[in-house]
Ligand binder design. Structure first.
Ligand SMILES: NC(=O)c1ccc[n+]([C@@H]2O[C@H](COP(=O)([O-])OP(=O)(O)OC[C@H]3O[C@@H](n4cnc5c(N)ncnc54)[C@H](O)[C@@H]3O)[C@@H](O)[C@H]2O)c1
Length: 351
């Protein structure tokens, strides 16, 4: 990260929400998007933090996303919700959909929520965290614009399709796995290309479909899925659940540049599973059992050079503690982007 400064996370939260409100997003929705971005910043997932404001603003400016509107329930079963996101910003759609899912899971024991006509929803962990905080187990997944080649192909078709699993623990900090299904994000390759640095073999193919360590060649090529056929299959099934099942666009049909895509709507799909633990055992008992799994793993012998074994999500949670206390470290470039948006809407830039 370039030189920047630490800013109070609550001030940053209010400023981001204010900018969205100035663009016509209702206050509650503006805070939903802002909370999503600030949560990523706090967790140190900078690729999905405030840097995404520009992209979301562009979606609204060019008519790819609606600034306001309500999500609609297309179909509701005893434990299912099929939701039309009304092409609002993904964080708004997904937050509202998950809230409805949590309410249904409280009533019915579990809920499966399938969402169509949404947009980029930020980090998948944001939603499993919401679910785990309610004493429930959650799964969150989404499809994304195609940048990843199915195994054996030289052409992109799948997105970096992330999936997150979350479960509560006795400490109050849930265990959260949140991962893209590509080896790396495209952004990491662009950064290496800009610096003129090589990339490890296995991250990407060049435009001719050859494995490459040349970041510039990779930037013009395609990303590879994690773990060969397993990552390819996982990513594909995330799209089956998020895209095919919901009625959203899927695979190579997603995104403004997809062949035959005449609609401006990005039509991203999401998939959520919410399980009420108390239908299986008392939450205290579950938390106790989670405590055993965590302490078992933490006590295992460590390989040379490793001082601690981490649980999924633990590294991010430690960053939250630091960033809440010391403030979010925003780069000069990012502060400049925020300032420009403030100028556009006549908002006082007060970070
Ligand atoms: N909305 C979208 O379209 C989209 C697409 C792709 C990715 N994303 C988001 O991008 C973010 C980054 O994804 P990523 O795959 O680069 O994440 P990552 O590789 O940084 O982390 C993946 C997981 O591994 C865990 N982890 C990392 N190091 C660990 C260690 N030493 N021990 C134990 N666990 C460890 C992390 O806690 C995390 O749960 C995620 O939040 C994801 O949801 C979003």
């Amino acid at each position: 990260m370039t030189e920047g400064k630490r800013v109070d996370w609550q001030k940053a939260r209010d400023l981001c929400a204010k900018i969205y409100m100035a663009r016509g997003i209702p206050e509650a929705d503006a805070y939903m998007v802002s909370d999503n971005l600030i949560s990523a910043e706090l967790n140190g997932v900078y690729s999905h933090g405030i840097t995404r404001m520009k992209m979301y603003m562009r979606y609204i400016d060019n008519g790819q996303a609606n600034s306001s509107g309500e999500i609609k329930i297309i179909n509701e079963g005893p434990a299912t919700l099929h939701i039309d996101g009304n092409n609002c910003l993904g964080a708004v759609v997904a937050t509202k959909a998950v809230k409805k899912g949590i309410a249904k899971a409280k009533e019915m024991g579990a809920a499966i929520v399938s969402v169509r006509r949404s947009n980029h929803f930020g980090t998948a962990a944001y939603y499993t965290q919401m679910i785990a905080e309610q004493g429930m187990v959650g799964i969150a997944a989404t499809n994304a614009f195609p940048h990843v080649a199915p195994l054996g192909s030289s052409k992109e078709y799948l997105g970096t399709n992330p999936i997150s699993f979350g479960a509560p623990t006795a400490s109050g900090k849930p265990m959260i796995l949140d991962m893209a299904t590509s080896v790396v994000a495209r952004g990491k390759i662009s950064v290496a290309a800009e610096k003129g640095e090589p990339i490890p073999l296995g991250w990407a193919l060049d435009a001719d479909g050859n494995p490459t360590t040349d970041a510039k060649a990779a930037a013009n090529g395609v990303l590879l899925p994690i773990a060969g056929p397993k990552g390819y299959g996982l990513s594909l099934f995330i799209d089956v659940l998020s895209g095919v099942l919901s009625g959203a666009k899927f695979g190579g049909h997603l995104g403004p540049h997809a062949v035959g895509n005449t609609s401006k709507d990005t039509d991203v799909g999401h998939f959520f599973v919410i399980v009420d633990i108390s239908r299986f055992m008392p939450l205290d008992e579950f938390n106790e059992r989670m405590g055993v799994i965590i302490s078992d793993i933490k006590a295992l012998p460590k390989i040379e050079g490793v001082s601690e074994i981490f649980m999924p999500g633990e590294i991010e949670q430690r960053k939250v503690d630091v960033n809440m206390k010391e403030g979010l470290l925003l780069s000069e470039a990012l502060l400049g982007e925020l300032q420009k948006m403030c100028e556009r809407f006549g908002i006082d830039f007060n970070l």
